[in-house]
Design a binder for this molecule. Sequence first.
Ligand SMILES: C[S@@+](CC[C@H](N)C(=O)[O-])C[C@H]1O[C@@H](n2cnc3c(N)ncnc32)[C@H](O)[C@@H]1O
Length: 235
Amino acid sequence: MTLQEDKDYDSQSVYSPLTLAIYDTLVLRISNPAVWRCPTSRILGIYDSYVSSNHLDVGVGTGWYLDHCRFPAAPRLALMDLNRNALRSAAKRVERYAPESHVADVLQPVRPVGEPFASIGLTYLLHCLPGNMPGKARVFDHMLPLLAPGGVIFGATILAEGVVRSGAAVRLMAFYNRKGIFGNATDSLDDLRAELTERFDKVDITVVGCVALFVASAPRSFRPVLQQVPAQKTT
Ligand SMILES: C[S@@+](CC[C@H](N)C(=O)[O-])C[C@H]1O[C@@H](n2cnc3c(N)ncnc32)[C@H](O)[C@@H]1O
């Protein structure tokens, strides 16, 4: 068992082959438009706007966005996740791009994996992580050494506070938090903005339903990562 695998977060261990098989229907077709009130097309839109031809995607799930987005040119594509089922599922889906796969827990420092990336996607990752926003925002610090100069970090996360939630959103979010699938019970729009603006000069957040679509670039300073834990390449 590797260092990364021995952390059994509910938020990632839920991604078995079975749950991955229903993920696109349950989350992308039903929950996004009907519960979180953010059509999947809006999230795909930030991929189409910001994905580069040298892209790292973190917390890949089934890889639906990578499969459907428009890369500006044939990409170097890297996938990173704590869960090997998700990595396998996403890698198969986008095998036409010959993706690299890296097992890593991004709550821990991550060693750069080859050349830095011009874009890093963090979609529906933050709300799955345990803890409060200041704690989970250390993911941004762990991504900075992997980001090329001029690069951009973008993504989406479901918030509990500072957004308008439907009744169904309140109930489903409470259920997922009880089960440990989500860890976003205190995640607020203000905290997300504060954590991003602390680290980046350029921050743009658009709220759709109870989802924050964020784009951040121009890191304020490079924060050295003291304890380096290697990501494990699987392919
Ligand atoms: C809700 S899915 C998002 C999938 C995809 N990005 C999407 O939006 O459709 C969350 C993903 O984050 C991964 N994940 C959760 N905690 C993680 C961690 N600490 N480090 C790396 N990946 C993690 C899970 O394994 C899962 O693949």
